[in-house]
Design a protein around this ligand. Structure first.
Ligand code: EPZ
Length: 428
């Protein structure tokens, strides 16, 4: 188990260049198997989710290798339509490989990815979208067997604008003769980035970023050299870290046009936020002011992946903040640890009431998911004394060495690898 040891009280002051987005790269990696040509993803961060997706592609027959900072995927050896169970469980978002595998083989097999800390994470919207394309989906004993022999273009409607389901169906449709329209599609910026990559590959896709996406099937696609969009959640997390410390930060390569909701909340808390093309500057007051209410919503609403970091800021802000988590059913798992640090967070279902306290105290806390882990690190920056965040390896799923970023900005952060006491059975 890895831990981050953070000594609070240091003001962050510096600049950082934001790496490419995990949630853009993962679907684009899946899309790379829609052609036999190789794809090169430039500036691909070393994240465990990216590594796991690469392992799955390798198992399907692709050759995946690092070339310096780039990731090269050669799908010429693609030969399997069944996703490896153990690997697929490591990364839930592998489920949006169903679409590309169906597009290539006309059939696909996977296991239910299962839930995680933040929720049950069902995939009914993915399967409904594929069924609306004529895929016969059998769910037997935890397995999903898809028969795409009768797949055809046509209208698809999502009961909820699911990001992954939108991406899955987009990729299932790009090689289908005819026009497929996705209604009530998710509008997250990462979907627009997937559309951009698909169009570079020769696909005819339009409308990403709106609720209606149109796909005109083409006969074949080509490989690309591509740089995914910057990570708006990593950027937001670093802004929150600077705000927690009462410091300042300049972010380069930030997708500012996709961060309005985050900027607005940070300004409401008393931060000065100046944005220019691809850059954002933040300066924080000594003590933040509580925001009245934060409601997470599908884009362009406030992003759920930034909720936990903002709650950690509210813990020490002047006043009371209300946080409503509308997207996932269990995204306050780190509130208990914040209260052990002296915070005053009351959780009732999807609502958390945060009464800001003047001081947080360092404690030994546990990361339960990547965003919760980052939020606890942020709380540690503003706490008195030392905070130890356990299972810091979870943070590596979406942040390329968060401790390196924070140290470069002036924080006192050290990463340790601790041998976990074998208590019988495998450690989590
Ligand atoms: C994507 O997950 C992101 N992951 C998540 O980021 C992000 O929190 C989420 O979108 C919302 O923005 C990737 O892109 C790899 P959804 P996804 O389908 O596609 C329910 C992170 O920290 N739902 O839009 O799984 C679901 O349970 C991760 O980087 C169904 O009910 O999100 C949730 O309550 C966490 N049935 C809501 O919809 C389905 O078939 C939103 O899920 C699918 C989803």
């Amino acid at each position: 188990m890895d831990t981050l040891r953070i000594r609070g009280g240091r003001r962050l002051d510096g600049e950082w260049t934001v790496h490419s987005a995990k949630n853009a790269l993962l679907p684009i990696m899946a899309a790379s198997i829609l052609t036999d040509d190789p794809t090169l993803l430039e500036d691909c961060p070393r994240l465990s989710d990216i590594r796991h997706m690469g392992d799955i592609l390798q198992t399907l027959g692709c050759d995946v290798r690092r070339e310096e900072r780039a990731l090269r995927i050669d799908p010429q050896g693609l030969c399997r339509h069944d996703m490896p169970d153990a690997l697929a469980k490591k990364i839930r978002s592998s489920i949006f490989l169903l679409g590309p595998i169906l597009a290539r083989f006309g059939k696909a097999t996977a296991t239910f990815p299962g839930g995680c800390e933040i929720g049950l994470r069902p995939i009914d919207l993915h399967l409904s979208g594929l069924r609306q394309l004529g895929v016969i989906v059998r769910e037997e004993g935890g397995e999903i067997r898809c028969d795409g022999a009768a797949m055809r273009a046509g209208p698809v409607h999502f009961d909820y604008p699911s990001v992954g389901a939108t991406e899955n169906v987009m990729m299932a449709a790009v090689l289908l003769p005819g026009v497929t329209t996705l209604h009530n599609a998710a509008r997250e910026p990462e979907i627009a980035d997937l559309q951009r990559a698909l169009r570079f590959m020769g696909a005819q896709v339009s409308g990403a970023g709106t609720h209606i996406i149109r796909v005109q099937g083409v006969r074949r696609l080509r490989g690309i050299v591509y740089r995914a969009m910057p990570d708006r959640i990593v950027a937001g997390t670093l802004l929150a870290a600077a705000a927690a410390s009462g410091g300042r930060i300049c972010l380069r390569n930030a997708p500012v046009e996709d961060m309005c909701a985050i900027f607005s909340k940070l300004r409401e808390m008393g931060c000065t936020v100046r944005e220019a093309a691809g850059e954002v500057d933040l300066a924080a007051p000594e003590r933040l002011t509580a925001f009245q209410q934060l409601q997470t919503q599908p884009h362009p609403g406030f992003p759920t992946d930034m909720q936990v970091q903002m709650l950690a800021l509210a813990a020490r802000a002047q006043g009371t903040s209300v946080v409503v988590e509308n997207v996932f059913e269990n995204r306050f798992t780190h509130a208990g640890d914040l209260n052990r640090m002296g915070a005053n967070v009351m959780v009732n279902g999807r609502t958390a009431i945060v009464k800001g306290v003047g001081t947080l105290y360092g404690a030994r806390v546990t990361a339960r998911d990547l965003r919760g882990g980052a939020a606890l690190a942020i709380a540690g920056l503003s706490a008195q004394g030392e905070t130890v965040v356990e299972h810091a390896e979870l943070i590596d799923r979406g942040y390329e060495r968060l401790e390196t970023m924070l140290s470069a900005l002036g924080a006192d952060v050290i990463r340790h690898s601790e041998q976990t006491q074998e208590l019988g059975g495998k450690q989590p």
